[in-house]
Structure formats: structure tokens, C-alpha cells
Design a protein around this ligand. Structure first.
Ligand code: ADP
Length: 633
């Protein structure tokens, strides 16, 4: 089990300092704090008491007369212009004196005036330096300007191997050459070949780029320097550049070794040549370019860098001799997903019914990190239900948690709303089922989720699809519009529930026309280009305003046409729509099989004669019987 790290020593240092300061103040302030209570009286009382000789002793300074009565009480009063006072006191015989304030000793004044301010300034300085330079490195960090704060992993502690990275076979194959070179450089140098100095791992977030880099170091048994691009960028110009210099100096000393720069786009972005550029970032990049040129191809230092924005990198960084090899680390395919699930499932206890193939199919488009999360969510769900093993239902539910968030047990939909959602979801499923080539429906639910979804229809492809025909895409749009169409057909009322469907349908239709060359008017002309492939796929239009208008018109026409198709399908299957929606309304979650079982009672053109009751065993129908006991976070 992982130990919880203890707080750092530096914290103890600060606690100690605070206690010391408190102790000193306490010591200094003690005499004053302990002073007895003094009663303030007027001058006439003082004179009276003097005459009555009811005073033991008098002390005075220019602002106070302090005297102790025979009753033991201390009094004070303000001085008056009373030239006869001394005379009177003398005759009364009461001892009196001008008060002599104790001057602090030499050591005391040394502490208060010199040592204490120095300690306070030093502590403040430490604190500020920690905030400014991002901590790490313990006390003394104030003096480590320009030192790279790369983490260095010793080969003996490296735990990640290629076998831990599931899927990604092409990337592993590509990188195993580097491992081979680090093991046996002579094989390459004897023939005159030189290794690439830099390898750029590109791909969407969470696909295992960092893991692959660590696995290369683990396999090659060489030291591994790891630093994030953003750690170079400092507040002061030139600091990042000196960190780069320091990093390469250290790396050369430890060669053969691997330097891994994560999120390299933080320093490697294109330089724009504007006057108000980011000087610090540009200087850091320049230094990186210079350093990469500065060592020979066979010096034994291999630089791996990862990014999910390769298009934003400076071309100088990508030219041969620097990052001359690019290794794509893509989202895993069906087989890859299954493997990743299995790798992560090794750590947890499973029941025998777990079928990773189904989970992998359900999690289409998930990254390695998401798959790892699915396994963990499944394990947490099993713990919540007090079970000692993770079952298939746990994993299926956790796919849905990752896709749509947790179930919202307490969102109370009105009866009418619930019925509308049921019709909406059945609308999607029915349109999909009545079109050829649509992915089979796996599950339909109208339990609201924390992502804001009031329900959803999960369609799962049998296999990964790499090519989609025009018909496939049109069918997808029709399926997406099916929800709204069902509301319209059933109630003649449309609701806000279709916002997400509308967004997706429009995006698909726009891509068909502007990117996939599927419009008769424009043919094979790229009117839009994708700029941010791995992070959401933003696009920029590259056409005239008039063409934009024409694109908009075609997108609208395409979506409208598919909406009419969907509506037509639902009108033809009106009875099936009603029956299925009622069933879903009652059960809240139904499986694809239940859906098909009911739908198959109706012929494709849906004649009302077929309306006899459909009986389904309750245990079969509920899908996840233990759902209601689960407590969600
Ligand atoms: P990236 O650097 O691409 O953003 P990471 O390498 O940091 O992604 O991966 C994050 C986590 O996701 C890893 O710690 C691992 O648990 C999991 N992961 C990602 N890809 C894989 C894979 N191919 N095989 C096994 N686990 C993976």
C-alpha cells in the first residue's frame, strides 16, 4: 500500500520559527502583562492620602505619580503644577522617588533590534522564493535560479515497461529501435547510422505518451529526466533558457540517458515575429534549438517530447536534426481498448462473468486514461455495494459514469417530462433500428445523469469503423433528429431536450459538406480545415462569404431532410413508438435486447393488428437489479 507522505521538514522549520518568535514576545511582554492593577484617582485624593500618611511609597515621572497605599493597592494620578509637593512629601516622611525605568539589557536589545528582524526577513524571503519559483528543492531554493528542476529517475527504480503499455503497437515498435540503440550503440555507429536526436510523441491526451517515454527509459535501463514544458517558462526573461542549458548539461553528464519534455508546446509554439512577442518563451525555445544542434547524433542523449498540439509547434523544432521523428500515439482501437482494460484490471478482483470485449465495445473512443478510470470507477462501485469483487454490471455502469456522469437519484422529473424523455429516447432508438447499417442499440435509459443528460440511448458498433459512407452519415443525422421528431409526433410539442442532438447533427452535416466533399454543389473542395486535431478538432473556414452562405443553406436543408425522414419513420411505426415509450417510462432503463424483442412484435410497416401485450420477465427487464441500492457520490 502507498504510504501517505509526511509533511516536509521545511514546515517544521516554520512552526519552530513561529514558536520562537512567540516565546520572545512573551518574554519581553511579560513584565508589562504581569503588572498589578493600578487604580486611577484624582490629585486631591493623593494629597489627602499624603496628609493622612496612608501611603507607603511614591514613584513619579513626568507623566504619572504612582503610589502604593498602606492598604496594599497601587494608585496613580497625573502630576500638577505643584512646586510645594516635594516639600510636603518630605515633611510627611513617605519615601518617594522619581521612577527609573529598567533599560533592557544589552543582549535583549541585540535580539530585539538585530536578530529578530533578520530572522523575520529571512523567513519572509524563503516564503516568497518558494511562491515565485514553484517550490521543490527544499530550503536554499532561493539560490537555485536558472537550475532545471527536471525530475531524474534512476534506472534501478524504473518500473514501467513496454508490457505495461497496452495497445499502441506501432508506437512501441518505433520506440523499441531507440531502446535497441541505447543498449547497443555500436551496431548503429559501425554502419554509420545515427539515431534521431529527438522523437516527438503526438496524440490526444491520456493515450499513454508519458507512459511510453517512461517505458523506453525502463526498457533501456538508462536515467530518465522528466520535465514539463511549462516548467521552463519563468517570470524573468532568460531564466528558462538557463534552465534548458542546465538540463542539457546534466543530461550530457549522465549519457546515455533520456530527456522527456512533456507538453512541449508550452515552449515550442511558433514564433510570430511580432514586436510584443513573449520574450521569455522565445528565448527558451531558441536555447532548446541551439542545445539540440549542439550535441552529436550519437552522444547517447535522446530527447522525447510529447504534445497534443503538433500543428502549433515551431517548424524549426521539427526539422531533421532536431525532433526528426514523429510517433503518433492514437486513441486505442477495439482490440487496444480491450488490452488496456485487461492491463488495468490485473490490480483488481473480478468475478468470472466479466467480459472485457463488451466493455471495450461500449467505451468506443475512450483514451487509455479513461479506460483506467473506468476500471477504477467499477472497483469503487463494488466497494460501495459492499462486494469483494468487481462484476460486469459495475464496469458497464462505470462506462456510463465516464460518458455521462453519475446517476442523479434526486432529480425529480414531472410525470409529463419523464414521458417526454421516454418518447425522445425511443425516437432515437427506433429511427436507428429501422434504418439499415445503424449501430445496434445497447441500452436506453431515462435516469438523469450529472452531465445534465435526462436520458440517453447507447448505440454500440460491433467493430470499429474507419470509413463512413454518405448514407451512414445521413442515417446518423436522422437518428440524432429522431428524439425531437418523436416529441413532435407524439405530443405536437417540441422541447429544449434536443439541444445536444441539434449540435451534433449540425456538426456532422457541416463536415459532410465542407470537409468530406459530399455535396453535389461543391464537390471535392475543402472549404474547412481542422486546426486542432487532437483537442476537440476546431475548424477554420477557408472560403468566401458567399460560399459560407451556401454552406449554411445546404447544412440546413440536409438536417431538415433527415428530420423529415426520421419523422416519417416514426409515423410509420407509431404504435411501436407508443408501446416502447410506455415500457421505457415504466422501467426507466431497458437493454437493447428488450427493445428489439418488443420492436420485433411489430412488422416494419407497423400494422395496428399486432398490438397484443408483450411480456417480459421482470428480472430480465430491469437490466441492473442492484442499481437502486447503490449510493452515488
Ligand atoms: P498522456 O501523456 O498521453 O496524456 P499518460 O501517459 O499520462 O497520457 O497516461 C495517463 C494514464 O492513462 C496512465 O497513467 C495509464 O494509467 C493510462 N494509460 C494511457 N494509455 C495507456 C495504455 N496504452 N496502456 C495502459 N495504460 C494506459
Amino acid at each position: 500500500m502507498a504510504k501517505i507522505p509526511k509533511p516536509k521538514n521545511s514546515l517544521l522549520f516554520y512552526y519552530g520559527l513561529a514558536i520562537l518568535i512567540l516565546a520572545i514576545f512573551n518574554w519581553l511582554g511579560k513584565p508589562y502583562l504581569e503588572e498589578e492593577k493600578v487604580k486611577t484617582v484624582d490629585y486631591s485624593t493623593f494629597m489627602e492620602m499624603t496628609e493622612q500618611k496612608s501611603i507607603e511609597r511614591i514613584e513619579m515621572d513626568e507623566n504619572h505619580i504612582i503610589f502604593k497605599g498602606t492598604d496594599g493597592q497601587k494608585y496613580q494620578t497625573g502630576p500638577m503644577m505643584d512646586p510645594m509637593l516635594v516639600e510636603r512629601l518630605k515633611t510627611s516622611g513617605i519615601p518617594f522617588a522619581a521612577e527609573i525605568r529598567e533599560t533592557p539589557s544589552f543582549i535583549m536589545s541585540l535580539i530585539v533590534n538585530w536578530i529578530l528582524p533578520i530572522i523575520i526577513f529571512f523567513a519572509l524571503g524563503q516564503y516568497m522564493s518558494r511562491r515565485m519559483f514553484g517550490g521543490g528543492g527544499g530550503p536554499g531554493n532561493m539560490f537555485s535560479f536558472g537550475k532545471s528542476n527536471a525530475k531524474v529517475f534512476d534506472p534501478s527504480t524504473a518500473t514501467i515497461r513496454f508490457s505495461d503499455v497496452a495497445g499502441e503497437d506501432e508506437a512501441k515498435e518505433n520506440l523499441s529501435e531507440i531502446v535497441d540503440y541505447l543498449h547497443n550503440p555500436n551496431k548503429y555507429t559501425s554502419i554509420g547510422a545515427s539515431m534521431p536526436k529527438g522523437v516527438l510523441l503526438v496524440g490526444p491526451p491520456g493515450t499513454g505518451k508519458t507512459m511510453l517515454a517512461k517505458a523506453v527509459a525502463g526498457e533501456a535501463s538508462v536515467p530518465f529526466f522528466s520535465i514539463a514544458g511549462s516548467e521552463f517558462v519563468e517570470m524573468f526573461v532568460g531564466m528558462g533558457a538557463s534552465k534548458v542549458r542546465d538540463l542539457f548539461k546534466q543530461a550530457k553528464e549522465k549519457a546515455p540517458c533520456i530527456v522527456f519534455i512533456d507538453e512541449v508546446d508550452a515552449i515550442g509554439q511558433k514564433r510570430h515575429g511580432t514586436v510584443m512577442g513573449n520574450d521569455e518563451r522565445e528565448q527558451t525555445l531558441n536555447q532548446l534549438l541551439t542545445e539540440m544542434d549542439g550535441f552529436g547524433g550519437n552522444s547517447g542523449v535522446i530527447i522525447l517530447a510529447a504534445t497534443n498540439r503538433p500543428d502549433s509547434l515551431d517548424p524549426a523544432l521539427l526539422r531533421p536534426g532536431r525532433f526528426d521523428r514523429r510517433v503518433p500515439v492514437e486513441l486505442p482501437d477495439l482490440e487496444g481498448r480491450e488490452e488496456i482494460l485487461k492491463v488495468h484490471a490485473k490490480k483488481i478482483k473480478l468475478t468470472a462473468d466479466v467480459d472485457f470485449h463488451t466493455i471495450a465495445r461500449m467505451a468506443a473512443g475512450a483514451s487509455g486514461a479513461e479506460l483506467a478510470n473506468i476500471i477504477n470507477e467499477g472497483a469503487l462501485r463494488a466497494v460501495r455495494s459492499n462486494r469483494s469483487e468487481v462484476c460486469q454490471a459495475d464496469l458497464e455502469e462505470s462506462v456510463e459514469v465516464v460518458i455521462a456522469g453519475y446517476q442523479k437519484k434526486h432529480r425529480i422529473l414531472s410525470d409529463k417530462e419523464k414521458r417526454t424523455v421516454a418518447y425522445h429516447e425511443i425516437g432515437h432508438a427506433l429511427v436507428a433500428a429501422r434504418q439499415s447499417g445503424s449501430a445496434p442499440v445497447q441500452k436506453i435509459t431515462i435516469i438523469p445523469r450529472t452531465s445534465g443528460a435526462l436520458g440517453y440511448t447507447m448505440q454500440v458498433e460491433e467493430k470499429d469503423k474507419y470509413l463512413l459512407s454518405r448514407e451512414d452519415l445521413e442515417n446518423k443525422i436522422a437518428t440524432l433528429t429522431g428524439g425531437r421528431a418523436a416529441e413532435d409526433v407524439a405530443f405536437g410539442v417540441i422541447t429544449t431536450g434536443a439541444a445536444n442532438d441539434i449540435e451534433q447533427a449540425t456538426k456532422l452535416a457541416r463536415s459532410m459538406i465542407s470537409r468530406y466533399g459530399m455535396s453535389d454543389e461543391f464537390g471535392m473542395v475543402a472549404l474547412e480545415t481542422v486546426t486542432n486535431q487532437y483537442l476537440g478538432g476546431d475548424t477554420t473556414l477557408a472560403c468566401s462569404a458567399a460560399t459560407q452562405e451556401a454552406i449554411d443553406r445546404q447544412v440546413i436543408a440536409l438536417v431538415k431532410k433527415q428530420y423529415e425522414t426520421a419523422k416519417g419513420i416514426l409515423l410509420e411505426n407509431r404504435d411501436a413508438l407508443n408501446r416502447l415509450s410506455d415500457y421505457l417510462y415504466e422501467k426507466e432503463t431497458i437493454t437493447g435486447e428488450e427493445f428489439m424483442q418488443i420492436l420485433n412484435q411489430f412488422p416494419a410497416d407497423d400494422t395496428p393488428a399486432e398490438k397484443e401485450a408483450v411480456t417480459i420477465e421482470p428480472s430480465e427487464a430491469t437490466g441492473e437489479p442492484d442499481d437502486s441500492e447503490t449510493i452515488y457520490l
